[in-house]
Design a protein around this ligand. Structure first.
Ligand code: NA7
Length: 529
C-alpha cells in the first residue's frame, strides 16, 4: 500500500491549490482524480454554452501575482474551454501532474488508528495520515428518475458528463430536460443550430441578462492594474463577488427611484441584479414581490406569445430565492419557430422510450436527449464515497439527518479529515472561498507540524455551536421556503425530498472571521493530539 502524508480527493480548483500549499510544508501528497485531467467543475461541465456567471477576473486564483499578469481573460464571463485552458496552465506552471493520479475514482476512505486507507474503483489502495476532500459542492450529478431512461436508442447526455468531442445539433430533434442555470445556458446555445428543440420545464426560474462581451485592450490593462483592489473588494463583500447588496431597503426610495434602480441593474453585467439589489429583497416578502414583478414584466416584454411568457414566469417562488440563471437572449429563444416549451408540471414526463419520451399528454420523437437535471448538492459527493471515521462510523449515516460540521471543514468522529468545500462553508464566488479554506487547512497542518501533533478532530461542543450559528444565519430567508439545492432538495435522490438548512447563509467575511478566531485561539475547538 502506497503511503503519503496527505491524500487529496479531487483535482479541481480546491485540490490543485491545496496540493501547492501542502508541498510548501514538505508533505508527500497524492491527489486522486476520477477524470483524465485537472479542472473539476470545468473539466466535467463541457456542455454547450457553459461559462462563468462571475466576472472572469474575479474568479481566477489570486495567490500568484505573476500568473495574474500573464493570463488574459478574453471575455468578461469566460466560456468553459477558456477556463479549462487556464486551469491547465496553472497545473503546468506548478507541475501539478507529477502528484496527481488520474482515472482514480475513490470508492472508500476508512480511518484506522493512525491513517486513512483509501480504495479506488480498480481495487488499489493508498494510505495517508491526512485526508482532504476537494470534491466540490455541485459535482454529484443526478439523472431524473424516469422509467425507461436506459431504453432511448439515440445519444443522451447529462450536462455534467458531456462528450469531449462535442455534439453537432444541426438539423437534429433535441430535447432538453431541466431549466436551472445549466439548462438555460444549454438551451440558448442548442437553439442556434438544432432542427427542432423541445424544452421540458418543470419549474421556471427567474433569469436575468448576463451582458457578456469581449474584454478590450484598455479594460485588460485596467483589470491587471486593479487586481489587488478588486480582490480586496471581493474579500469584503457578502458572497465574495464584486457585487454586494445595496444598503437601502426597497421601500425607502420612491416608486420611480426603485424602478430606475431595477432598470440600471437589469442593464448591468453579471450578478448585480441578484446580489447587488436592495438589501431586503430576499427577506421581506413585499420587497421581493416588487423585484419579482419587475422581472416578470421584462419576461412579458421579451416573449412574443404571452401564453409562453406566463409559462416562463415562476409562480411558486420569488426572484432570487433560488440560484438566478444568467442568460443571453434566453427568452428570445422561445420566439423562434424551431423551439417549443412543454410544461412538465402540467403534463409530466412519464417514460423515456426507444425513440424519445412520453408525457401524460403525448409522445415525442427525438434524435438527442439532454439531461440538465442538476446535482445532489453540498453532500452528494460525500455520500458517493464510503467514508468511515473513528470506530467505523459512517459519514453517510452520521449525516443522515443533515450534515454536521465545524466551519464546514471538520466533522466530529472523522479525525484528520478536512473538507475544502464541505457543507456549511461560505460559497458564493467559490474560488475566493477555496483560497481561504485551503490556506486555513495549510495553517492548521503547519501548526500541527510545529507542535508535533498528529491528530486533529472537531470537538462535539464546537460542532454544536457552529451548527447553532448556521441555523441562526438562515432565519428569515425567503430562500428557505423554496425547494432547490440551496435547501438540500433533489427530487431524484432518495432522502432529499424535504427542505433542510443545508448550507451556510451568513456572510463570507463573518465566516472567515470565525475561522481565523479558531486559528488565533490555538485551535481550542479542535482536539489536537
Ligand atoms: P438545478 O438548478 O438543480 O436544475 C435542475 C433542473 O432540472 C431543474 O429545472 C429541475 O426542475 C429539473 N429536473 C430535475 N429532475 C427533473 C425531472 N425528473 N423532470 C423534469 N425536470 C427535472 O441544476 P443546474 O445544473 O442547472 O445548476 C446547478 C448549479 O450549478 C447552479 O446553481 C450553479 O451554481 C451551477 P425543478 O426545479 O426541480 O422542478
Amino acid at each position: 500500500m502506497a503511503g503519503y502524508d496527505a491524500i487529496i480527493i479531487g483535482a479541481g480548483m480546491s485540490g490543485m491549490y491545496q496540493l501547492i500549499r501542502l508541498r510548501e510544508l514538505g508533505m508527500k501528497v497524492r491527489v486522486l482524480e476520477a477524470g483524465t485531467g485537472v479542472g473539476g467543475t470545468w473539466y466535467w461541465n463541457r456542455y454547450p454554452g457553459a461559462r462563468f456567471d462571475s466576472e472572469s477576473y474575479s474568479y481566477g486564483f489570486s495567490f500568484d501575482p505573476e500568473l495574474l499578469q500573464e493570463w488574459s481573460w478574453s471575455e468578461h464571463f469566460a466560456p468553459q474551454p477558456e477556463t479549462l485552458r487556464y486551469l491547465n496552465r496553472v497545473a503546468e506552471k506548478y507541475e501539478l501532474h507529477r502528484d496527481i493520479q488520474f482515472n482514480a475514482e475513490v470508492k472508500s476512505a476508512h480511518f484506522s488508528g493512525d491513517a486513512w486507507r483509501v480504495t479506488l474503483a480498480d481495487g488499489s489502495t493508498h494510505a495517508a495520515r491526512f485526508l482532504i476532500t476537494a470534491i466540490g459542492p455541485l459535482s454529484a450529478h443526478t439523472l431524473p428518475r424516469i422509467e425507461g431512461i436506459e431504453s432511448f436508442r439515440g445519444p443522451s447526455f447529462h450536462t455534467a458528463r458531456w462528450p469531449k468531442e462535442g455534439i453537432d445539433f444541426a438539423g437534429k430533434r433535441v430535447a432538453v430536460i431541466g431549466t436551472g442555470a445549466t439548462g438555460v445556458q444549454t438551451i440558448q446555445e442548442v437553439a442556434k443550430t438544432a432542427g427542432h428543440l423541445t424544452v421540458f420545464q418543470r419549474t421556471p426560474n427567474w433569469c436575468a441578462p448576463l451582458h457578456n462581451r469581449p474584454i478590450t485592450e484598455e479594460e485588460q490593462r485596467r483589470i491587471k492594474d486593479d487586481y489587488p483592489e478588486m480582490f480586496r473588494r471581493c474579500a469584503e463583500t457578502f458572497a465574495c463577488f464584486i457585487h454586494t447588496a445595496d444598503p437601502r431597503t426597497t421601500f425607502e426610495v420612491t416608486k420611480e427611484e426603485r424602478e430606475a434602480f431595477y432598470e440600471e441593474l437589469y442593464a448591468s453585467p453579471g450578478f448585480g441584479i441578484w446580489v447587488g439589489n436592495f438589501r431586503d429583497s430576499y427577506t421581506d416578502p413585499a420587497a421581493n414581490a416588487e423585484i419579482s414583478d419587475f422581472i416578470a414584466r421584462k419576461i412579458r416584454s421579451r416573449v412574443k406569445d404571452q401564453r409562453v411568457a406566463e409559462m416562463l414566469i415562476p409562480k411558486n417562488h420569488g426572484f432570487g430565492t433560488r440560484r438566478v440563471p444568467m442568460e443571453t437572449r434566453y427568452f428570445e429563444v422561445y420566439n423562434q419557430p424551431n423551439v417549443e416549451l412543454v410544461d412538465s408540471k402540467a403534463t409530466p414526463i412519464q417514460r423515456i422510450t426507444a425513440t424519445g419520451l412520453s408525457t401524460s399528454e403525448r409522445d415525442f420523437d427525438f434524435d438527442i436527449i439532454i439531461y440538465a437535471t442538476g446535482f445532489d448538492g453540498l453532500t452528494g459527493a460525500f455520500d458517493r464515497i464510503d467514508i468511515r471515521g473513528r470506530d467505523g462510523l459512517s459519514l453517510r449515516e452520521a449525516w443522515a439527518d443533515g450534515a454536521r460540521t465545524l466551519v464546514g471543514m471538520l466533522a466530529e468522529g472523522f479525525p484528520n479529515m478536512f473538507m475544502l468545500l464541505g457543507p456549511h462553508t461560505a460559497l458564493g464566488n467559490i474560488p475566493r472561498s477555496i483560497e481561504f479554506n485551503v490556506e486555513w487547512v495549510a495553517a492548521l497542518l503547519r501548526h500541527m507540524q510545529a507542535h508535533d501533533l498528529t491528530e486533529a478532530e472537531a470537538r462535539p461542543e464546537a460542532v454544536e455551536a457552529w451548527m447553532a450559528h448556521v441555523m441562526e444565519c438562515s432565519i428569515g430567508l425567503l430562500a428557505n421556503e423554496v425547494d432547490s439545492w440551496f435547501t438540500g432538495v433533489n427530487k431524484n435522490v432518495e432522502g432529499r425530498q424535504t427542505r433542510t438548512i443545508a448550507r451556510y447563509s451568513g456572510s463570507a467575511p463573518a465566516y472567515r472571521a470565525r475561522c481565523e478566531e479558531i486559528a488565533a485561539g490555538g485551535y481550542a475547538e479542535l482536539r489536537l493530539r
